[in-house]
Design a binder for this molecule. Sequence first.
Ligand SMILES: [Zn+2]
Length: 323
Amino acid sequence: MFMRKLLSTTGSRLLLAALVLIFACGVPGQSNRKIAVTIDDLPVVTIFNDIEVRRRITRDILDQIKDSQVPVVGFVNEGKLYRDGKLVDDEVDLLRQWTAAGLELGNHTYSHMSLNSNPVGDFISDVERGEIVTKQLLATRGMKLRYFRHPYLHTGLDVETKRTVAAYFEKNGYTVAPVTVDDADWIFARAYDKAEKDGDKDLRKRVGEAYVPYLELKLGYWEKQSKALLGREVAQTLLLHANSVNAEFLGDILDLLKKRGYECVSLGEVLRDEAYTQAETFTGKAGISWLHRWAMAKGKENILPEEPRVPEFVMKAAGVDSE
Ligand SMILES: [Zn+2]
């Protein structure tokens, strides 16, 4: 009786909606695990140029995000929106679908430029060139561009470069989006796409079946690394890409996070974890997790050396020599 009365009110319907939202990814209270999902290389990264493929990948990724009600930030390479110097509306429309789904977009440079192999002035120009359309799309939803993700996680080879870029970001209202759960989803996607192109259904299936188990091993690795380094699990940031394997398996990945007791939260909430207030001082060449960077800053290079690898057959299918 009480329940029936409760359910009959508008307020309780809102309450139910909130509960559905909470249970969509993790159960708060049951575990302290938190993670922000970020997706790079928007609108799409694939070996296929066909707009229909790009539409399908976008639709499938967004459908799975909408089903789970998870907040996601997508990082854009605006260079992909142009052909022969002209803005292509079909490509912009792919991004529009992200903002229409209520999702936030960030800057990932115009041309996916590495800060490690380009002059800092060129890099900053590429950041500025990469924010024009994204700013407009966010403005139509009352949002401001505020996050930046370094391509290849290349954050500069010397202190002076890092200082210059940090000052630029500070002045222009950008927050750098770190990555703790680093993985090589892009190798799986390349193998998956190539197998599809070659009509090798069996190989494609095997690559797909290996993907989520690989991510689970990686997740376990970063959880352990965080505990070993900080004595607790940091609020994690997961890096994925807008590619074919995530179009196929993002729902399974979100289920996996739920199974491991994660609550999927906004990037802003994750960044409130005090671990992220530590200075990021890494000046090496590699694009590595912030957990490795924090470890190295403390002189602890190899806390957990047994980082899970991409299976050999996937590397081979992708035509990639190293992760
Ligand atoms: Zn990227």
